[in-house]
Design a protein around this ligand. Sequence first.
Ligand SMILES: NC(=O)c1ccc[n+]([C@@H]2O[C@H](COP(=O)([O-])OP(=O)(O)OC[C@H]3O[C@@H](n4cnc5c(N)ncnc54)[C@H](O)[C@@H]3O)[C@@H](O)[C@H]2O)c1
Ligand SMILES: O=P(O)(O)OC[C@@H](O)[C@@H](O)[C@H](O)[C@H](O)CO
Length: 461
Amino acid sequence: MHLGLGAFARAHTAVFTEDAMLAAGDYEWGIIGVTQRSDTVARQLAPQDGLFTVAERGDGAAPARVVSSIVEAISGRDTPELVVERIAAAATKVVTLTITEKGYRFDPRTHTLDLDDPEIQADLAGQPPRTAIGQITRGLQQRALNGAGPVTVLSCDNLPGNGELTGTLVRGFAASLPTSESGSLLAWLQDNVTFPSTMVDRMVPASTEGDLAAVEQELGLRDEAAVVAEPFKQWVIEDNFAAGRPRWEDAGAFFSADVPAWEAAKLRLLNASHSMLAYLGLAAGKETISDAVADPAFRTACRRMMLEEALPTIALPAGLDGGQYCAEVLRRFANPALGHTTAKVGSDGSQKIGLRLIPTIRGTFDAGREPRWAALAIAAWMRHVAITPAADLNDPLAAGLHAVLPATRMPEDVVPALLGFRPAFDQDLAQHEGFTGLLLHWYRILENNGPEGLGNEINHG
Ligand SMILES: NC(=O)c1ccc[n+]([C@@H]2O[C@H](COP(=O)([O-])OP(=O)(O)OC[C@H]3O[C@@H](n4cnc5c(N)ncnc54)[C@H](O)[C@@H]3O)[C@@H](O)[C@H]2O)c1
Ligand SMILES: O=P(O)(O)OC[C@@H](O)[C@@H](O)[C@H](O)[C@H](O)CO
């Protein structure tokens, strides 16, 4: 099963699964895909028997291919009971998920389930579950009752320790059920469910009408569920499966005991610079990541953030050459055929900056240096929040962010106000004078000097 049947799952998980089946000649597997918030993808796939196109874009792109590993697509919003039933079925061996960072509904300070979330509370109270964690836990509860045996839950979202986190949240949900249910469920989870961690990588933008029209030209068929992706793809997985899995290694996945290090490197190099380019690009009116990275000053800022601040504060996994990785990341961002928008990458900033940039800021301060470039990324995010009307800010915490913003929007008011926004910043960082100073410096330049002045400052920085 896959929860969160967005663009990424189709261009990554479904492709690896089909390739694994083709390589091993083992056609026992198939994916039941579940959409979460809207039923669009389920509706698009249903009349196509689950078939959809993956069209690679950029140097080395393979011809468009039709992928057949999705055997059923259902709407988790409209048929949550069916999701529970499918998770509980003995035939289900692995539940993968890409539900975005906000879909986990965890408290970023404690990395535990947000029990104040009204949807979590409603799921706990027994409504047909609407949250992914509710659906998974209710599905596992039913599975235990059915005697359907062990299963693996495999988070594929851009989160550090995504497996451990998912396990904590599922157990947190189970522990919050009435005692008559929770004790036996927690014991069953302990014996029957594993939560390996993974690092996934492939840039997959949201498909546009132009993408669908181009695929129609290539294929001679209209495919409403087509996705475009860069040629590169990578999957590093912790080999801790409870009940069998496709031979993803035959499709190029890499099994490693060092997934946390791979995930940290990817989040703090690739994803951090992706976010940085998104907010700098948005400030300069650049529509896509490739437009943003084509700006020499923005590219310099990204490269210096990675090389001078992130790399020295990360323990790289064995076999990863940090310098080469950073160069490759910038090359991949420059792919002009991908059309990955700054708006999409910059969405949900409150959920991402803490994971992608704050560890580098802390590590650099701890090493006695100034995190100048990572602070630029945060200042650009702050300004994006401050100048975007709350209704247009694509962030689950948009209302809360705007509630703390001062009326004036002056840098010296906005920076401390957003630093005081607890879900994003801890108190020690919020009160760090050096950090506040760096943020104010960059915010004022962004506000007063325009893109050209910003470029000059970066080039002389
Ligand atoms: N697109 C990429 O380049 C890429 C690359 C690596 C990893 N990922 C991971 O995959 C995730 C999804 O990316 P995508 O491109 O498929 O996005 P998408 O917008 O196409 O799909 C997001 C999916 O998550 C679900 N979702 C959104 N909000 C949710 C919520 N509050 N609760 C439960 N489900 C929710 C949606 O219904 C949808 O199924 C990313 O957030 C990231 O963690 C994406
Ligand atoms: O998908 P998100 O929203 O977590 O982040 C946006 C991008 O940074 C991300 O999707 C990258 O494209 C991806 O992580 C590359 O593998």
